[in-house]
Design a binder for this molecule. Structure first.
Ligand SMILES: CC(C)(COP(=O)(O)OP(=O)(O)OC[C@H]1O[C@@H](n2cnc3c(N)ncnc32)[C@H](O)[C@@H]1OP(=O)(O)O)[C@@H](O)C(=O)NCCC(=O)NCCS
Length: 156
């Protein structure tokens, strides 16, 4: 499954390969069942070698979430174009499609996380008018790991 390979490639680019626990089967179960937990745009190109076949060169994984003040939000979870195809406008085209999906779905905004050292991506989004909510509004992302969840759930 190419998308599975690509989310590993994105993890490699974020120095987080060991953090990828998911298998292709998990992705199939969670994204392609009756109530998908995520959606994906896939960027494909025709190759010179075999013009009839297509290769996947990028993806954008997203899902819908909800805010009690502003309602529907589109959450962009992963956004990746393989290195050899960057700078060709594929990312811009995916952002265009994501914006259309967000507007048609009556979302008031699109949220996403960018790791602090990914300056190229910070610049990329900032040039397009994205706000850094950590500096603008002081938000911090928190997580309870499974151990804490088990403690709070009162389970061994
Ligand atoms: C962010 C990303 C998805 C953009 O995809 P893309 O197809 O390169 O996007 P575009 O072609 O529309 O735009 C590329 C931008 O980088 C610049 N660029 C030009 N050549 C480039 C190259 N060879 N490689 C990367 N960026 C290049 C362009 O100037 C353009 O910026 P601008 O439109 O603001 O001037 C892609 O760079 C990527 O996968 N980065 C690594 C993964 C990542 O950090 N994802 C985001 C996590 S939050």
């Amino acid at each position: 499954m190419l998308q599975n390979h690509q989310h590993l490639e994105l993890a490699a680019c974020e120095n987080m390969v060991d953090a990828v626990k998911l298998t292709a089967n998990d992705l199939l179960r969670d994204g392609f069942g009756e109530n998908p937990l995520f959606y994906c745009l896939i960027a494909e190109v025709h190759t010179h070698q075999k013009p009839t076949s297509k290769v996947t060169v990028g993806f954008a994984m997203y899902y819908f979430t909800y805010d009690p003040w502003i309602g529907r939000l589109l959450y962009l979870e992963d956004f990746y174009v393989i290195q050899a195809y960057r700078g060709l406008g594929i990312g811009a085209e995916m952002l265009k499609r994501l914006s259309q999906i967000a507007i048609r779905s009556q979302c008031s905004c699109m949220h996403f996380l960018v790791v602090i050292w990914n300056q190229a991506s910070i610049d990329y989004y900032t040039r397009r008018g994205a706000l850094d909510l950590s500096s603008e509004e002081g938000w911090h992302l928190f997580r309870f790991n499974r151990g804490e969840l088990m403690d709070m759930a009162g389970e061994e």
